[in-house]
Write a protein that binds this ligand. Sequence first.
Ligand code: PLP
Length: 237
Amino acid sequence: MTEQETQQRIVHNWQSVQQQVRETALACGRDPNAIRIIGVTKYVDEQLTRALISAGCRDLGESRPQLMWQKSEAMQDVTPLSWHMIGHLQRNKVRRLLRCEPTIHSIDSERVLSAIAEEATQQGICINVLLEVNISGDEAKTGFVTDAVEPILEAQQQPGIQIRGLMAMAGWGTDPTTARRQFEKTRELRDQLQIATGRPLPELSMGMSGDFQAAIKEGATMVRIGSSLFDGVIERK
Ligand SMILES: *Cc1c(COP(=O)(O)O)cnc(C)c1O
């Protein structure tokens, strides 16, 4: 594939995903603009990441902190650009990661949450975070068990962070019906938490290439799409 063919393919994929998101939203009576597409670039290098940006994607998701800060440092010429951390984060990576002021979807411990709050305060910034919930009960999955979330919301009123909502993934190999039920459970949990704590939790990060339509029907405000955007360009993961 020439560079131009690659670019055309990515433009095509981006527009196709955007259209599917729009159609799914409209079909269930939601505003398509209330759903942000996070382009997950963890599979690709800087060049393909730039191709996706050129296609129009301005929200990028990475699952490894090092790759996020490397790319963000290499792409400081691109503005505006928003970074989204979607993978497990260790405390010793927080300082450098926060320089790109990411939204962090994958908070899975109180320790890492406190580390982010402390570092953000030192850097004089405020970081939007989501609490990752292990909604499928899948042992291989990270995230809080559902019962653990409310005490964290009650306890965590630290400066430097704003807890904006929940993130969830359907279990491995889940069929679409089961995936949808898991997303529904995530939304219900969010609704209960808002009532119980009185804190607004507007964001629901859920849905990937294989199940984003189900997630949108259940109220996702951010969908994290990787392989569909690079279809035909890299081998499908
Ligand atoms: C890789 C990844 C995605 C994107 O998955 P695709 O199936 O490639 O769209 C979304 N969310 C998380 C947490 C990921 O690690």
